[in-house]
Design a protein around this ligand. Structure first.
Ligand SMILES: Cc1ncc(COP(=O)(O)O)c(C=O)c1O
Length: 401
């Protein structure tokens, strides 16, 4: 069957507007379309393919695991799920894991757990969830209502209640709002979709202290920042606080769908048989790849290189952006990078992204004013340099319009 990009618009629900090509294959940091054109991919499947496309080690693990055990459901325990839970416990200190298939599902489970624990420890009046403007926590109706972007949650009828949105990094607004009614506070340590905005350390200290005072759970959504993306295994390690509940997904199995919620035993115990579940969650194939990913990125020196390559790339991008007067700032941590467009070009990130595509450089957006880059964690410096050359061509076109 000969299919083209035009068939996408005929066959698929119109939720996305993919770039004008049809992907055939990908390897490392390159992608090829059906016309044989090669692209340098600095999107990593939206921060998912942390070891690049089709990495040899992952392919080997998939082949081996697929020939042994793929899926049995959670009515049976399997070795690989336990292996991944044990590795995560060793690396983070969180004693209990719940596996799902996506970031949304991880946050949905975390929010339900926080509500259930508060209800059982106190009463049903302790139901408020505090979240922040520009946050993104996924697309189920609860997760999308909790996130602070109305454009994603409006238009689907009545929303789940007892959710408060506050400005991010605003200590005073937070102090004013949190009370004994608050059962959970959820935040991204670096807001990804919202524009690569870091949580301020002083803000986090206040949030942690007041969560403790009011017996509210602090949930860190590390779906995008986790699994090495920001240069440490989890981004919370670079902050002065540790959350009570931690969610992750994206990079954990390098492209095989997986998500996970981690927490301490006393919180986890509020999920009892029947309170929550997932058919696919924790399947052996995804967990086997998850084990391989964690073993790889926890190797000595791996994460240090993510930090140093990220710092190099950010500095060079800023130089380029300033040479052409297009970027006012290049921010982020490790391999999660946001090129902020200068006031003159504010809201034109999508136009720049299209020009990058013209030069066969694949990039992401984080809102209308930030071009986001999420290269594979193991990308070589020579490929980052190639990215800079292609970016320069796109910037030349952008300013010459
Ligand atoms: C911080 C954050 N949370 C949750 C999600 C939702 O994850 P998923 O698309 O895997 O459901 C995303 C996805 O971009 C994210 O960046």
């Amino acid at each position: 069957m000969k299919l083209t990009r035009a068939d996408y618009d005929r066959l698929m629900m119109p939720c996305y507007v993919p770039m004008d090509m049809l992907v055939k294959r990908a390897h490392g940091c390159y992608m090829w379309d059906t016309e044989g054109r090669r692209y340098l991919d600095l999107t990593s499947g939206i921060a998912v393919n942390c070891l690049g496309h089709t990495p040899e080690g992952v392919v080997k693990v998939i082949k081996k695991q697929a020939s042994e055990l793929i899926h049995v459901s959670n009515i049976f325990a399997n070795v690989k799920t336990l292996e991944l839970a044990a590795k995560l416990e060793k690396l983070t200190g969180f004693e209990r894991a719940f596996f799902v298939n996506s970031g949304t599902e991880a946050n949905e489970a975390a929010l339900k757990l926080a509500r259930r624990a508060a209800l059982e420890n106190y009463d049903e009046s302790k139901d408020e969830i505090i979240a922040f403007s520009h946050s993104f926590h996924g697309r189920t109706f609860f997760a999308v209502s909790v996130a602070g972007q109305d454009k994603y949650s409006d238009g689907f009828g009545p929303k789940p209640g007892a959710i408060t949105h506050l400005p991010f990094n605003d200590v005073e607004a937070f102090k004013k709002q949190i009370s004994d009614r608050t059962c959970a506070v959820i935040l991204e340590p670096v807001q990804g979709e919202g524009g690569i905005i870091q949580a301020d350390p002083e803000f986090l200290k206040t949030v942690r202290a007041l969560c403790d005072e009011h017996h509210a759970y602090l949930i860190f959504d590390e779906v995008q920042t986790g699994v090495g993306r920001t240069g440490t295994l989890f981004c919370y390690e670079q902050t002065p606080v540790k959350p009570d509940i931690l969610t992750m997904a994206k990079g954990l199995a390098s492209g095989i769908p997986i998500g996970c919620v981690l927490t301490r035993t006393e919180i986890a115990m509020h999920f009892k048989p029947g309170t929550h579940g997932s058919t696919f969650g924790g399947n052996a194939l995804a967990c086997a790849v998850g084990c391989y990913v964690l073993d790889t990125i926890a190797k000595p020196g791996f994460l240090e290189k993510v930090t140093s390559k990220g710092a190099f790339f950010r500095a060079e991008l800023l130089k380029l952006g300033q040479k052409y007067g297009v970027f006012s700032e290049v921010r982020g941590k490790g391999m999660l990078i946001g090129c902020v467009l200068a006031e003159k070009y504010k809201d034109q990130a999508a136009q720049l992204q299209k020009l990058c595509f013209k030069h066969r450089l694949l990039t992401l957006l984080a809102g209308s004013g930030v071009l986001r880059l999420a290269p594979p964690l193991n990308i070589k410096k020579e490929h980052l340099k190639e990215g800079l050359e292609l970016m320069e061509k796109a910037l030349q076109d952008f300013t010459a319009r």
